[in-house]
Design a protein around this ligand. Structure first.
Ligand code: SME
Length: 165
């Protein structure tokens, strides 16, 4: 599936307009660049954070029975750099092997708090042959921030990243 022209929506911000398709074009280029994997995942986090309601973006790798933070972009570092697979929304998405969207983190008992401002979260596992390799975690300072377009877009990013991980 090609990223270009797939997602349609344009988001207006104080700084101008950002479209999912423009972000997708840049992601496709860097993911296909053959660069070092860590350099690519760092870039992906930075690029995804250009989406106005993505406040913090991280990529965790599955290592044994833990999720280990590989790359992130946001105003603050998280203390949750290693999360046991049974914990958090992060652990739940890996266990379920599917995307989890949490519209209001205060209402979800699984939620592991990282940032005071986070109100909603989405976690998208990156699967290979059905098995979780890694995941993309996005926090938003807005309530109910993540739409079906966000889910489709982030699942596309996960599928595009999978072959290089
Ligand atoms: N909130 C996550 C933990 C990771 S931080 O958001 C960076 C969770 O509940 O798993």
């Amino acid at each position: 599936m090609k990223g270009v022209g797939k997602f349609g929506e344009v988001m207006g911000t104080g700084k101008g307009k950002v479209s999912y398709d423009e972000v997708a074009v840049r992601l496709e280029k860097i993911i296909g660049s053959g660069s070092d994997v860590k350099a690519i995942t760092d870039f992906v986090c930075r690029e995804l954070r250009k989406v106005p309601h993505y406040s913090w973006v991280g990529i965790y790798h599955v290592e044994g029975s833990d999720l280990v933070l590989q790359s992130w972009s946001g105003p603050f570092a998280t203390e949750h750099t290693r999360i046991p697979l049974g914990q958090g929304i992060c652990g739940a998405a890996v266990a379920a092997r599917e995307t989890i969207v949490v519209p209001d983190v205060r209402q979800d008992p699984r939620y592991l708090r990282c940032f005071l401002n986070t109100q909603s979260e989405v976690v998208v596992p990156i699967l290979r042959d059905g098995e979780p390799l890694a995941e993309i975690d996005v926090d938003s300072d807005r309530l109910s921030a993540f739409t079906p377009t966000d889910r489709m877009f982030l699942e596309w990013v996960a599928q595009t990243l999978e072959p290089i991980l």
